[in-house]
Write a protein that binds this ligand. Structure first.
Ligand SMILES: O=C(O)/C=C\C(=O)CC(=O)CC(=O)O
Length: 217
């Protein structure tokens, strides 16, 4: 295994947590290789003994970088921010920094884990859509409220931050579960703003090497 050289991202095309990291890597213009991990093939490659060595949580993403293997998307993004300060994704102002972390945490701890594949399998086929909608709605209500006092062009002011890296994949998941997004106009405006941004576009599930052809638009 090469530990020096280009970072390697263990990623799944439709994983919102992998997508957050892909956006951050792209925004910072850090070249990286992708090793796809299928979360569905044969019950999920993330559960293999080999992958458990890379990520004991049996989830993506994981990033091999600078001779280290990192897990957990927020941790990975903060590591990138600390080691590669070019194209900063955290504001200078301490209050704005707190807002960025708040939005990231609401999404990464308060929404996504509740609608994650493993949870939905546990909840069961019959109830999973209603379950996912409930938790996404509840979380996006909080995000919209936070955005009402801190959004500019993007989530926090007019500069791109880690909050934007978290927001866009979560909006995609909301659409995937047919959540009515009309009550969240600021969220929608920012999502639209970023739809065609090259770093966000390149990170989109439909542009991933492991995206099944039938899923591309
Ligand atoms: O149905 C699949 O293709 C399997 C997994 C995912 O999409 C990823 C998730 O578990 C949702 C998420 O990242 O929030």
């Amino acid at each position: 295994m090469s530990i020096i050289g280009k970072p390697v991202l263990y990623s799944y095309w439709r994983s919102s947590c992998s997508w957050r990291v892909r956006i951050a890597l792209n925004l910072k213009e850090i070249p990286y290789d992708i090793k796809p991990v299928s979360l569905i093939k044969g019950g999920g490659e993330q559960h293999s003994n080999e992958f458990r060595e890379i990520n004991p949580m049996e989830q993506v993403p994981s990033l091999q970088i600078d001779g280290h293997t990192l897990i957990e998307s927020l941790n990975i993004m903060h590591y990138l921010e600390e080691t590669r300060p070019q194209r900063a994704l955290m504001p200078q102002d301490v209050h704005k920094r707190a807002k960025v972390r708040e939005i990231c945490e609401v999404i990464a701890s308060g929404i996504q884990p509740l609608q994650n594949l493993t949870v939905l399998i546990y909840v069961g086929e019959e109830k999973k859509k209603e379950w996912a909608q409930h938790w996404i709605n509840r979380g996006l209500r909080a995000v919209e409220k936070l955005l009402s006092s801190c959004a500019g062009k993007y989530c926090v002011g007019d500069e791109l931050t880690l909050a934007d890296c978290c927001l866009v994949p979560q909006v995609f998941n909301a659409r995937r579960f047919h959540v009515d997004l009309r009550p969240f106009p600021i969220t929608l405006r920012i999502d639209r703003e970023l739809e065609n941004h090259p770093a966000f576009r390149a990170a989109h599930p439909s542009n991933q090497p492991d995206c099944p052809p039938e899923a591309t638009k």
